[in-house]
Design a protein around this ligand. Structure first.
Ligand SMILES: [Zn+2]
Length: 220
């Protein structure tokens, strides 16, 4: 199954994508991770990407698409994939259609005020990057990572005023994308209107959707 996961920053796309990865047995592909790995591997493309990120500018779509096309050709993607963080714009969605077919777009529908509350309480480990939350996923010891004893801190882009700006950008770019998938009957909404809803509950809703799509596919 080829799945696209849509949702604002802080909607829990990464968390749900890794669960889906276990559940569906297809790889979780995060374009952010892909870019970081390519830079680390110091490939020709990685060096080119590094030039953009060193200058603090967005890596052009064309490069991301090249990278993604290469990734989707790998044998582990034969049965499908879960895309997280891509596409974010109409242009990217159209480019994706040129390199692969999509079976399902899951839209994590989370209101702005919940995202702001959640992200402004988010803590990140300086050492291993693990994510915690002062309200919903507290570390065992205050400001210390459970996994590696690293120090937890608040990322600059998790400050409330920055979050609202990121959300505005997201809404502006992604609304047309949601409509694009809805028109083709590929979109399924998963609503999350309560800050304290545990991720397990949201995931059960996602799983119910993928289960029914799977059933339809085997029937077809
Ligand atoms: Zn850590």
């Amino acid at each position: 199954m080829r799945v696209v996961l849509l949702g604002p920053p802080g909607a829990g796309k990464g968390t749900h994508a890794s669960r889906l990865n276990v559940n569906l047995g297809v790889p979780h592909i995060s374009t952010g991770d892909m870019v970081r790995e390519e830079i680390k591997a110091q490939t020709e493309l990685g060096e080119e990407i590094k030039k953009y990120s060193d200058r603090g500018v967005l890596v052009p779509d064309e490069i991301i698409i090249r990278l993604l096309a290469k990734r989707l050709r790998k044998p582990d993607c034969q049965k499908g994939f879960i895309l997280d963080g891509f596409p974010r714009t109409m242009q990217q969605a159209e480019a994706l259609d040129r390199i692969s077919r999509i079976d399902l777009a899951i839209n994590l529908n989370v209101p702005d005020e919940i995202i702001v509350q959640r992200l402004s309480n988010r803590l990140t480990c300086r050492k291993c990057g693990a994510i915690y939350n002062r309200l919903t996923m507290k570390p065992r010891r205050a400001n210390i990572c459970d996994k590696c004893d690293g120090e937890l801190y608040q990322r600059v882009d998790d400050k409330p005023e920055v979050i609202q700006e990121r959300l505005n950008v997201y809404r502006k770019n992604t609304e047309p994308l949601i409509e694009y998938y809805r028109r083709r009957s590929l979109l399924k909404d998963v609503h999350c209107d309560d800050l304290m809803t545990p991720p397990e509950v949201t995931f059960e809703r996602i799983k119910a959707i993928t289960d029914s799509v799977k059933k339809e596919k085997t029937r077809a």
